[in-house]
Design a protein around this ligand. Structure first.
Ligand code: IVH
Length: 668
């Protein structure tokens, strides 16, 4: 072999190694420039020696010439689809069916995997080299997307040798998808280039993979996890879990969130767990797949009408659906902001009935062109307020008109203004009845002064009857006032008065939060209360001084100053204090196992995202850095960790796995 050939092979090995470190392990060993140098050297050598270019060279990942249409690939073994279960009873019925068919009574172990919302693909390796990649298509015949699939950096062009030799021909199946973060970045890029936006990560993944010009695919941030194989003559594995471990060993990315449960009850428990944390996964998942873990059982179970008998997709309740906009109205918030809100024909989403959805602001209404009478897709994801995602223009009635927020406040008729550089419109009247109500509601809410029952049930009535005009008014209410309310008894009235009295001695952080200063949530309120031992000293703090408080930047400092510079707010605080409100000082933070400690994260976390783990560590007073040194207190080691885990060992830095991290975060 010539020395050029040797160098070319070395470069290919190095580049694939660094691809994996960067894209799979999230733990690069070399700088981007050093990587680019290797890549350029290889490309230049290949240009000088075109006879040495092979399809498995990393240079071929950048995409090739556009094609007019995709060729067809017939799957040797059809790619089946999954039967669905929509509730626990149907999942239990699946387990009973499996046992009946196998004629066994003992527990069946199930592999439990997030169902990825992307595009099914098959990739064939012959003698360890990638030869063909195709889409699932109709299950029998798919499209040949080899050139596109090889642009995905985590798809190995060659398998890595492991303890077990790979089969001569290996057909692996998996899902190409786009992580939510990547999807949002892609859409931002599309918007900047005035290109079409994708409706969701699934469409973006499908649209990106099925590109006739593979150099376009190469620029799209696609991911892939493999979860199965096609036909195998002599399977070297006994269970599905075993199969996945081998795929990973050969360098094929598998989902670290996959697990195995010893029986159906524990499989269902894993489903519930994934449902509860589906929004912390970095990708969209529309359910969980249960697969009989034992491959011999799988074989005996076989298939029926295009579905394997050995697997089921246990779907999450849908978070998106279509319904009609009955009305659009402006809602006035605590700070006077007008929010356009759609009243909807009620629809079940994510396990609850939704009849209102936010349209955020005028810019969003314009961008989506939502009108009264439209059919729209509504989304309710986790704790997020339901929102209108898009209009189905094909169902738009004939006589609709574009919606505009009013020029005057719908509640108090004062002028509405749009501030320079802001997306929002505000009612300019500090005494606007809607703002007053919302301010009182916020003041009394659970995380603020926690005056039970007042906020949700009686504020509107008290304000409407003129019994309550502002926050201090709460402390002037008498028993007689309460008797003007509907369904009010002596006991209930007493309870309210007691609750109001009790609120006088809430902690200072609750009081600061209750004031409703823009940009100051519970967390910052706590930091402020820890720094300022009296309300008076906070009132007197200048913007520069405020910026000395941990996590307070110029914008927050400005909001705080603006708030107290408004005479109405200053009066409010003074009045409350004179009425006997006595916020209790908050002791400075108690040292916890996290505060003041330095953390480095490496490898993939499954239970929470990297960002979330980092945020929570910072909230608990920890520092998160990216390089391991002797000063590092803990290295958090996820799945498939990188060199940082080794470095921690060398330096004798303590390492924690994900479970230990969670424990640490949950410690008081
Ligand atoms: S197993 C015969 N596992 O869902 C087994 N499929 O309707 C079928 N999918 O076409 C595939 N995540 O594209 C399996 N962890 C997972 C999956 C998964 C997503 C997709 C796949 C398939 C469809 C089944």
């Amino acid at each position: 072999m010539s020395s050029v050939e040797n160098r070319i092979q070395e470069l290919r090995r190095l580049i694939e190694h660094h691809n994996r470190r960067y894209h799979v392990l999230d733990d690069p060993e070399i700088s981007d420039e050093a990587y680019d140098r290797l890549f350029r050297e290889l490309r230049d050598l290949e240009t000088a020696h075109p006879e040495l270019v092979t399809p498995d060279s990393p240079t071929q990942r950048v995409g090739g010439k556009p094609v007019d249409e995709f060729g067809q690939v017939t799957h040797r073994q059809p790619m089946l689809s999954l039967d669905n279960a929509f509730n626990e009873e149907e999942a239990l019925e699946f387990d009973r069916r499996v046992k009946r068919f196998l004629a066994i009574q003992s527990d069946i172990a199930y592999a439990v995997e997030p169902k990825l919302d992307g595009l099914g693909v098959e990739v064939v390796f012959e003698d360890g080299r990638l030869t063909v990649g195709s889409t699932r298509g109709d299950g029998e015949v798919g499209e040949n997307v080899t050139a596109n699939l090889t642009t995905i950096r985590t798809v190995p062009l060659r398998l890595r040798p492991g303890k077990t030799p790979w089969p001569e021909r290996l057909e692996v199946r998996g899902e190409v998808f786009m992580k939510r973060g990547a999807f949002e970045r892609l859409n931002r890029r599309q918007a900047e280039g005035s290109q079409k936006l994708f409706a969701n990560p699934r469409n973006a993944a499908a649209g990106s993979l099925r590109q006739l010009d593979s150099s376009v695919t190469a620029r799209r941030p696609l991911s892939v996890f493999f979860y199965g194989v096609g036909k195998l003559d002599t399977p070297p594995f006994r269970t599905h879990g075993d199969l996945l471990r081998h795929l990973a060993e050969w360098g094929l990315p598998t989902n670290p969130a996959n697990q195995v449960a010893p029986d159906i009850q524990r499989a269902i428990a894993l489903y519930r767990d994934l449902l509860a944390r589906r929004h912390t996964l970095p990708y969209d998942s529309d359910g969980v797949v249960f697969k009989v873990n034992d491959l011999a059982y799988q074989h005996r179970l076989g298939e029926v009408s295009r579905h394997p008998r050995w697997a089921v997709a246990f779907k999450f309740p849908s978070e998106e659906g279509q319904t009609r906009v009955l009305r659009i109205q402006a809602q006035v918030g605590r700070t006077g902001v007008l929010t356009p809100v759609a009243t909807l024909e009620p629809i079940r989403l994510g396990g609850a009935t939704v009849s209102r959805a936010t349209l955020h602001n005028q810019d969003e209404v314009d961008r989506k062109d939502v009108r009264e009478g439209d059919w729209v897709t509504v989304r309710r994801a986790g704790d997020v307020i339901p929102e209108v995602v898009r209009v189905d223009f094909s169902r738009r009635p004939a006589d609709t008109t574009a919606y505009r927020l009013p020029d005057t406040c719908p509640e108090c008729a004062a002028a509405v203004q749009r501030e320079e550089g802001e997306a929002v419109f505000r009612c300019t009247n500090f005494h606007c009845i809607a703002q007053v109500k919302e301010r009182i509601r916020h003041y009394a809410s659970r995380d603020a002064m926690d005056i039970e029952g007042i906020g949700d049930r009686f504020t509107d009535q008290l304000v409407a009857k003129g019994l309550l005009k502002d926050i201090p008014g709460l402390y002037r209410l008498t028993k007689d006032d309460f008797f003007h309310l509907d369904r009010m008894g002596d006991k209930l009235a007493r309870n309210f008065l007691d609750a109001i009295q009790a609120s006088k001695r809430r902690s200072a952080d609750r009081f600061i939060f209750a004031l409703g200063i823009r940009n100051v949530g519970s967390h910052l309120s706590l930091l402020l209360a820890q720094r300022y031992s009296s309300v008076e000293s906070l009132l007197a703090a200048g913007a520069d001084e405020l910026q000395g408080v941990r996590e307070v930047g110029p914008e927050v400092a400005r909001s705080i100053r603006d708030f107290f510079d408004l005479p109405e707010n200053l009066t409010l605080v003074r009045e409350l204090l004179s009425l006997g409100v006595a916020p209790q000082p908050v002791p400075p933070p108690r040292a916890t196992a996290i505060s003041g400690k330095t953390f480095v994260l490496t490898g993939e976390l499954t239970g929470l995202t990297r960002e979330e783990a980092e945020r929570r560590l910072r909230e608990a007073g920890g520092r998160v850095t990216s390089t391991v040194s002797r000063k590092t207190d803990y290295v958090i080691v996820g799945a498939a960790p990188g060199s940082k885990a080794r470095k921690a060992q060398q330096l004798g830095v303590k390492t924690l796995d994900e479970e230990a991290l969670i424990k640490l975060l949950e410690m008081p």
